[in-house]
Design a binder for this molecule. Structure first.
Ligand code: TIU
Length: 227
C-alpha cells in the first residue's frame, strides 16, 4: 500500500487497483476563444491545472497506473443531449452551434478533443460522456471492473461540475476517491475552495483531497505496476 498526506486524513491506496481519472480536459473548456470563454468565464483559472496535471499524468504512466480520460460531448445529431441541457447558456453559443473550434461539445470536432498537453496515449481509455458525471450512460463502470479498480485519483475540470458529479457517482458505487487539489479547476475561485472543502468534509464524505506534489512523491516511491 502507498500513503499520501491528505485532507481529512492520510490516504492509502494500492497502485495496482488505482486509476487516474482525468475529467474533460477538452479544448472547448480550456482554450482562449472557446466555449468556456464564450460563456463569460476566465479560462486562465482552468489553465493553471495543466502543468501540475501533466506532472501527475507522467508519474502515473511511469508507475504503470491505469489512466482514464473523459470528454463531455454529444453525437452530431444531438440525440443524446436532453433538450433541457441544450436550452442552457448563451443562446448564440449553445451545444452543437458552430464555435471557433468546431461545433461546440460535439464528438469528432477539434474543440471536443483533449488538449495537446494531456493527449491520451494509445491504450489509454477515453470515455465519451453525455452528462456531467463520468458514470452516467458510459462504459466507465465496466472498464473499472475489467481493471479491478478500487481507488480513483481524480483530476480535471470543472471542480464543482463534472469533477464533483463524478466523485459523487463514484462514492455511491463504493470507490475511494482522492481529488488532486491543484489538478482540478473551476472558473470561480469561490467554487474551487468550497468544492474541495465539500469533498473532504464530515470525515471524507465524498473522498480525500491532496496536492499534486504529495501525489507525485507517493507515486515515485511505488514499484511500477505490471499488467
Ligand atoms: N466538464 C464540465 O465540468 N462541464 C461543464 O459544463 N462545466 C462547467 O463548469 N460549465
Amino acid at each position: 500500500m502507498t500513503e499520501i498526506p491528505a485532507i481529512p486524513s492520510p490516504f492509502t491506496f494500492d497502485p495496482a487497483t488505482t486509476a487516474l481519472v482525468i475529467i474533460d480536459m477538452q479544448r472547448d473548456f480550456l482554450l482562449p476563444g472557446g466555449f468556456g470563454e464564450s460563456l463569460g468565464n476566465d479560462v486562465a483559472l482552468l489553465r493553471t491545472v495543466i502543468e501540475p496535471l501533466a506532472g501527475v499524468l507522467a508519474c502515473a504512466r511511469a508507475a504503470g497506473i491505469t489512466v482514464i480520460h473523459t470528454r463531455e460531448g454529444h453525437l452530431p445529431d444531438l440525440s443524446d443531449c436532453p433538450p433541457a441541457k441544450l436550452r442552457r447558456g448563451n443562446p448564440s453559443q449553445r451545444i452543437g452551434d458552430p464555435g471557433r473550434f468546431g461545433r461546440i461539445l460535439i464528438r469528432g470536432e477539434y474543440g471536443h478533443d483533449i488538449i495537446d498537453e494531456l493527449a491520451p496515449l494509445d491504450g489509454e481509455t477515453v470515455i465519451d460522456k453525455p452528462g456531467k458525471g463520468a458514470f452516467y450512460a458510459t462504459e466507465l463502470a465496466t472498464v473499472l471492473r475489467q481493471h479491478s479498480i478500487a481507488t480513483l485519483l481524480v483530476a480535471g475540470v470543472t471542480t464543482e461540475v463534472c469533477v464533483h458529479t463524478t466523485v459523487r457517482e463514484a462514492n455511491d458505487r463504493g470507490y475511494e476517491c482522492l481529488v488532486v487539489a491543484d489538478c482540478v479547476g473551476s472558473y470561480f475561485p469561490e467554487f474551487q475552495r468550497v468544492g474541495l472543502s465539500m469533498i473532504a468534509a464530515q470525515g471524507a464524505i465524498f473522498g480525500w483531497v491532496a496536492d499534486s506534489a504529495d501525489v507525485i512523491a507517493a507515486l515515485g516511491t511505488t514499484a511500477p505496476v505490471t499488467a
